[in-house]
Design a binder for this molecule. Structure first.
Ligand SMILES: [Zn+2]
Length: 480
């Protein structure tokens, strides 16, 4: 069995057949860094993080390229309004995106190229298209792609040219030959800072969005590569135009197109009008990062995530069931080493889980398998069957790890995803255990004052103690 993935170009689920066996190259359209990231921005990177994790788990070497669009009309307009240099504005939000990705445990891409760093390659690309008769220079100084020069234009989204609407990035430029032609290169507009344009054989200007991705995908993944991904809203005009440019230049470009669905709130696509409450940093003040990842990352990538208080409550419940089991299993039989967890390949993982993931990343079927093993694990705990408890801990954690949700993995290990490593955690365990032992002694001696003082001391350090029938248990405040 190999991974079968839905291909938006052929509109069919078909096997992923890497160009080079064992290696997969993925280009994912990243953020236009014009403002703070909200949860809608996280969906794509999360979906492709799960894809990359599954590919790696099944023995592939993955090269994931996710670009940063660090110059565009909105960045220029917003930074000008704020009185900041555009590059400072873009970099500020680029860092906010990185922080948000890290908080949700989204693995870093292999490389994250910026549009502004690839002007030389863009110029070469345009020269090639001009030479081949697929582009022209307008009077404005813009360079346009000539959609009528490419008979296949529209093929990605199956639109005939005569029925096609003009793209959302159309500014009604009067020097275009056809309203559906699009700017690959933009001449400076009046009032734009000098630093926002580069000298080229076509005059000063700056990159267009579509050209940036065609150029960078080729630079890092080659003329032909395995997967191009992005949000479903990017299919037209962005991906249609990327493909047109690259095919017109004579490159094979993406062999498989994978698009993820939106996050909706109250049934509507996320947008600015929904306010600041859905900005990742704000949400993380009241929701743990693991719960947020659970809510956004355990829905099939082609299905809409409807985000609400209910979604968060359900994700909290599921996460607590999984992390609670793992905590109890570790207390009973010790922690299975992370190396062993990540070594569980398709030959060791439950067959039904492997089958679900290979079936277009069928995450709900995969979760059902994890739940089965969770139930078996809870039964084993109740029956004090240590062999079965250990086996369940290993399987549950290994499967959750494929989804980026092993409760003992780095981002979730300590309160609020604080990231203590194993040694720090062991030191903390030993210190808290010593204080709790003192407290047990104080209570035996009926020295209630001392017992309470020890408890308060722990509370002050952020350690919450719960007394249960089998002794005191503790956790860090705010950890769910
Ligand atoms: Zn793109």
């Amino acid at each position: 069995m190999t991974l079968r993935l839905y291909d938006s170009a052929t509109r069919s689920v078909r096997p992923l057949e890497p160009l080079q066996p064992g290696k997969v190259g993925i280009y994912l359209c990243g953020a236009t860094v014009q403002g703070s990231p909200h949860i809608g921005h996280m969906r794509s990177s999360l979906a492709f993080d799960v894809l990359a994790r599954w590919l790696r788990r099944t023995g592939h070497e993955v090269t994931l390229i996710r670009n940063v669009t660090d110059i565009d009309d909105k960045i220029l307009a917003k930074s000008a309004e704020a009185g900041d240099p555009w590059w400072a504005w873009a970099y500020r939000f680029e860092q906010e995106f990185t922080t948000a990705y890290d908080a949700l445990g989204i693995g870093r891409p292999t490389y994250e190229p910026r549009a502004t760093g690839h002007v030389t390659e863009m110029v070469e690309f345009m020269e090639r298209l001009l030479q081949r008769g697929h582009a022209y220079r307008g009077e404005s100084g813009n360079v346009y792609f000539d959609v009528r020069s490419l008979p296949e234009y529209g093929s990605l989204t199956r639109q005939a040219l005569e029925n096609m609407s003009v793209g959302e990035d159309d500014d009604g430029e009067p020097d275009k030959h056809d309203p559906r032609d699009f700017a690959m290169w933009k001449a400076p507009k009046p009032g734009e800072p000098d630093s926002a344009s580069w000298p080229t054989p076509f005059g000063r200007g700056r990159p267009g969005w579509h050209l940036e991705c065609s150029t960078m995908a080729r630079r890092y993944l080659g003329d032909d590569f395995d997967i191009h991904g992005g949000g479903i809203d990017l299919r037209f005009p962005h991906h249609e135009n990327e493909q047109a440019q690259s095919h017109a230049a004579g490159y094979g470009f993406a062999r498989h197109w994978v698009h993820n669905a939106w996050v909706t709130v109250g049934g509507e696509k996320m947008s600015k009008s929904l306010g600041n409450s859905l900005i990742v940093a704000n949400l993380l003040e009241r929701t743990s990062p693991a719960v947020l990842r659970f809510a956004l990352g355990t829905v099939h990538y082609r299905s809409t995530v409807e985000f609400s208080e209910v979604t968060v409550a359900e994700a909290t419940g599921s996460w607590e069931r999984f992390s609670g089991f793992v905590t109890r299993a570790v207390e009973r039989v010790g922690e299975v080493d992370a190396v062993e967890v990540s070594a569980q390949g398709p030959g060791q993982l439950p067959a039904a889980f492997v089958e679900a993931m290979d079936d277009d990343l069928n995450i709900s079927a995969a979760l059902a398998v994890i739940h089965e093993h969770l139930r078996a694990g809870n039964t084993a705990l109740a029956e004090q069957d240590d062999v079965a408890t250990r086996a369940a801990q290993l399987q549950v954690r290994a499967m959750l790890d494929v989804l980026g949700l092993d409760p003992l993995a780095a981002p979730w290990r300590t309160a609020g995803g604080g990231g203590a490593d194993g040694a720090e955690r062991a030191a903390l365990d030993a210190l808290v255990a010593a204080v709790l032992e003192d407290r047990v002694q104080a209570r035996k001696n009926k020295d209630w004052q001392r017992a309470d003082a020890l408890r308060d001391q722990l509370a002050e350090a952020g350690v919450v103690v719960e007394d249960s029938s089998d002794g005191a248990r503790w956790q860090l405040k705010g950890k769910s």
